[in-house]
Design a protein around this ligand. Structure first.
Ligand code: GLY
Length: 396
């Protein structure tokens, strides 16, 4: 027992040294991203392209407009940096970039308003208690409720693709529930909470396979709420294990447990983690292949792209999951997260002054569409910093 505690302390101390070293690089690299982003905004022929999302195949920055699902991650990353360092310059940068997304509160065309607003205004409110942020959060939550259908019990994910599905709900959508849970707490209006609870319960019921992996898309019939089809859009095939989807499930149900204390949500998150980290093909550094059922893993694994974004999302979720789990299981979850963070900090972190300032390399956005493969992605950076912050605050 004593030896185990000493070993654990040694591992924790080693990782905190790794993280502190990485943070020196991260500060420089994020300053570079701020500089690059501001330059592009000044030169840009399209003033609507305001937020850095990734790199294009020619190596230049891919900028997106406020309605892109990734628009909140850059301000969110700056808020995470402020959370970690408490340096006022990061608060100012984060606030300046958050304000640019003010109109997103009215954007009813996407379920991803949760990502956009929680990362920017949500973090901003938590860290500053600025009332204008609170008002945006409440208005945005109200906008999101317009996508709820009481017959399916779910929030509609995509408004496009009517030839492929009727009422698609993707596992990613679990992440957007945080906006509703938060709005309910801030306003005392239970309506927001009820919608989030309904969506999470239906997802629990219909999205998971017997082995505890998740489907990407479940298509409902909006007339009667019956499931029409279970399939993928961003994974390798319908029955495959798209890594980022498993990450959204793990994070989404852990976060839903935080707000509801529903033990079924906690158990679901634990089962997802147990399933994923027992995959025989999981690479030794714990940065997963973009899809764990890509058939090329068996024959030419080095050619199969990894997804650092999935790893970062999982690491962040695992630190929170550990807080809610029994001691024995918690140390296993913290161990997985520590291993991921060690790999990200030592092998995937870009050197200062490279990659236009993005923090992590080797993420995969949309493999079936041949889009954003083996590139930096702003959401990988966001969850990486959140995981670092959680590691620093975790209580083993
Ligand atoms: N929500 C889209 C994705 O994870 O790629």
């Amino acid at each position: 027992m004593k030896t185990a505690i000493i070993l654990l302390l040694a591992v924790n101390t080693a990782l905190s040294g790794v993280i502190d070293n990485a943070l020196k690089q991260i500060e420089q690299q994020l300053s570079f991203l701020v500089e690059q982003t501001d330059n592009i905004r000044t030169q840009n022929s399209n003033p609507k392209l305001i937020m850095p999302r990734s790199l294009k195949s020619d190596g230049s920055i891919k900028m997106v407009n406020q309605d892109d699902w990734c628009s909140g991650f850059y301000p969110g990353t700056l808020w995470q940096m402020y959370r970690i360092t408490r340096e006022d310059r990061w608060r100012q940068e984060a606030a300046r970039n958050t304000t640019l997304l003010e109109q997103v509160q009215h954007h009813s065309g996407s379920h991803d308003i949760g990502f956009m607003i929680c990362c920017s205004f949500g973090n901003g409110y938590e860290l500053t208690k600025d009332e204008t942020y609170r008002n945006v959060i409440l208005a945005a939550a109200n906008t999101l409720t317009k996508r709820f259908n009481p017959t399916t019990g779910c929030i509609l994910s995509w408004s496009w693709g009517k030839d492929k599905w009727k009422f698609p709900v993707i596992i990613d959508n679990m992440m957007n529930l945080e906006l509703l849970y938060q709005a309910s707490l801030l306003s005392g209006d239970k309506h927001f909470y009820d919608i989030a609870l309904s969506h999470a319960s239906r997802t629990l019921e219909n999205h998971f396979r017997a082995d505890n992996s998740t489907y990407h898309v479940v298509d409902y019939d909006p007339e009667n709420g019956i499931v029409r089809r279970k399939m993928t859009f961003q994974g390798h095939h319908d029955e495959s294990v798209w890594s980022r989807g498993q990450g959204w499930a793990l994070y989404g149900f852990t976060m839903s447990y935080r707000y509801t204390h529903n033990r079924k949500f906690l158990e679901r998150a634990q089962h997802v983690a147990d399933f994923f980290f027992s995959q025989k093909d999981l690479p030794e550094d714990f940065i997963p292949y973009w899809d764990m059922k890509d058939p090329n893993i068996a024959t030419q694994p080095t050619l199969v792209p990894r997804d650092a974004s999935a790893a970062a999302i999982m690491a962040s979720a695992l630190y929170e999951l550990a807080e809610y789990s029994s001691k024995k299981v918690a140390s296993r979850y913290r161990g997985y997260a520590d291993k991921i963070l060690t790999s990200l900090c030592t092998k995937y972190l870009n050197k200062p002054g490279t990659q236009h300032g993005f923090l992590l390399s080797h993420s995969t956005g949309n493999w079936p569409a041949n889009d954003e493969i083996d590139v930096p992605l702003n959401y990988a950076d966001y969850y990486f910093l959140e995981a670092i912050s959680r590691n620093k605050n975790s209580h083993p």
